[in-house]
Design a protein around this ligand. Structure first.
Ligand code: AMP
Ligand code: ZN
Length: 116
């Protein structure tokens, strides 16, 4: 169920503008407003889930769909072979600021590990 205070639910509904790069019946992908790499795409489920911490095993198809969609977008965007980073910031210590589950897909440059 959409959360009326959630900016990502508003992006899904088209109430907040975004640059969509992909969408299907389960998810929407759009460019991050503050890109941290040449390619920085957020992949979100149409179903509002607060965070990975709140996802349950009944959400496994949704979460799997997000991950495989990230991989597909990386291939279609041409940076899969060089490599990329997927990130799911979770709760406060994880640096999560928007509480609608999302995968960051970052590509187009080299990344260090561990991240900061
Ligand atoms: P996180 O810190 O993991 O919760 O990531 C939230 C991400 O959402 C950040 O990278 C923000 O730059 C991004 N963001 C916030 N508002 C918007 C927006 N309206 N359109 C696109 N990206 C956004
Ligand atoms: Zn939401």
């Amino acid at each position: 169920m959409p959360d009326e205070n959630c900016i990502f639910c508003k992006i899904i509904a088209g109430e907040i503008p975004s640059t969509r790069v992909f969408e299907d019946e389960n998810c929407v992908a759009f460019n991050d407003l503050h890109p941290q790499a040449p390619a920085h795409i957020l992949i979100i489920p149409r179903l509002h889930i607060d965070s990975l911490d709140k996802a349950r095993f009944e959400d496994k198809e949704t979460v799997g769909h997000l991950l495989l969609t990230a991989a597909e977008i990386a291939r279609e965007s041409g940076f899969a072979e060089n490599g990329y980073r997927v990130v799911i910031n979770t709760n406060s210590d994880g640096g999560q600021t928007v509480f609608h589950l999302h995968i960051h897909l970052l590509g187009g440059r080299e990344f260090v590990f561990p991240p900061g």
